[in-house]
Design a protein around this ligand. Structure first.
Ligand code: 5GP
Ligand code: ZN
Length: 111
């Protein structure tokens, strides 16, 4: 069924530079980093974006939010970090499997 790039990475069918994983998420380095640290926090369960978010994902989403500062600390981002969730083509989403970007380690551009 599944032609999804991130599902293939999660299944180990495609390589990635993993920095963390547990029973709910896999975290790996972005292949085209936009900052010195650029991680992708990806749930093992496939859903395309925030547009597909359902109540069954509530515990998962809370888990991912709690992981963010832990991962940032693990990467040495003691001075803060940025998180981004792109949603749909209008939000600049390229990979339709929900994920949270963590960026930091340098001067990030303002909005
Ligand atoms: P989006 O634009 O969907 O929010 O973010 C997708 C991100 O996935 C982009 O920052 C892109 O660089 C990254 N990416 C695309 N293909 C791959 C890949 O094969 N491996 C890894 N590690 N990152 C990827
Ligand atoms: Zn997927």
């Amino acid at each position: 069924m599944n032609d999804c790039l991130f599902c293939k990475i999660i299944a180990g069918k495609l390589p990635s530079d993993r920095v963390y994983e547990d029973e709910q998420v896999v975290v790996f380095k972005d292949i085209h980093p936009k900052a010195p640290v650029h991680l992708l926090v990806v749930p093992r369960v496939h859903f395309a974006s925030l547009n597909e978010l359902a109540p069954e994902h509530d515990a998962l989403m809370a888990h991912m939010l709690h992981l963010l500062p832990q991962l940032a600390r693990q990467q040495g981002l003691d001075n803060g970090f940025r998180t981004i969730i792109n949603t749909g083509p209008g939000g600049g989403q390229e990979v339709p499997h929900l994920h949270i970007h963590i960026l930091g380690g340098g001067r990030l551009p303002g909005f």
